[in-house]
Design a protein around this ligand. Structure first.
Ligand code: NAI
Length: 221
């Protein structure tokens, strides 16, 4: 299947699951396991084996009947499919509490992502670095850096009222994959992929679960 057709077939939900499979395979490989069946993969990581087979069937015959999947080969395949076979440069706009924590997050290291810089508008922050050495540059410098290096992902970590302005700035500088942490509904632009992360929404979902359980205690399992 051509790369473009494949991207159309693979939904965002599937992509999220591929990312989960990749993480599981990385762990299995670190434990020295060389093959795994969809059934075992499902039971080890509380996944659905039929779903695994269906998701991986999009990519041709990867498993061998009766043997399962070759862990290293499947992992390599998922890395290529998810476009993680080269390092993608990220910038973070907003070098406050969240921006600094993200810049120093060890989970990004060696995972196909590299944080090139943070940007801020506060003169007191410009010129600082995160603990791991990510520099904080003046927001006005973003276009210059975007011309010098290929920035592929922009992270928005500014207050909600500044988020749309930063989104527009990132898009104007040809950054068309954006992860937004600000609690703001952003006006989307064509051909720009926006993902919102909001811990409060997750907490509210949990609160709703608790409320429902409190109202119908017999339903709690
Ligand atoms: P903070 O106040 O510590 O940092 C915000 C930074 O953005 C500051 O350094 C400020 O100078 C900078 N800034 C403000 N306007 C700017 C602009 N126009 N251009 C460039 N820089 C600008 O805030 P914190 O705690 O780091 O939170 C950042 C954002 O992330 C907020 O919108 C907050 O609500 C959100 N947040 C979201 C979470 C989530 O679960 N999605 C969790 C925590 C925070």
């Amino acid at each position: 299947m051509a790369e473009r057709d494949r991207a159309e077939v693979v939904s965002e939900f599937t992509t999220e699951r591929l990312s989960v499979y990749l993480r599981c395979l990385g762990w299995l490989e670190s434990q020295g396991q060389t093959t795994i069946s969809s059934h075992e993969l499902a039971s080890r990581f509380h996944l659905n084996s039929a779903q695994i087979r269906k998701d991986l069937a999009n990519f041709g015959e990867l498993g061998i009947r009766g043997v399962g999947y070759n862990v290293a080969k499947l992992k390599r395949h998922l890395i290529t499919t998810l476009g993680l076979d080269h390092t993608r440069k990220i910038v973070i706009v907003g070098a406050g509490n969240l921006g600094m924590a993200l810049a120093d997050y060890r989970g990004f290291h060696g995972s196909g992502f590299s944080i090139a810089a943070m940007f801020d508008s506060d003169p007191a922050r410009i010129g600082m670095s995160s603990r791991s050495g990510v520099p904080v540059l003046d927001r006005a410098e973003l276009p210059r850096l975007a011309r010098q290096i290929r920035i592929e992902i922009g992270v928005i970590a500014v207050p909600a009222e500044a988020a749309q302005q930063i989104y527009d700035l990132l898009v104007e500088n040809r950054i068309c994959a954006i992860l937004n942490f600000a609690p703001a509904r952003l006006r989307p632009r064509h051909a720009v992929k926006l993902r919102n992360v909001d811990l409060r929404i997750n907490l509210e979902v949990l609160s709703f679960f608790l409320k429902s359980s409190e109202e119908q205690p017999h339903r709690r399992t």
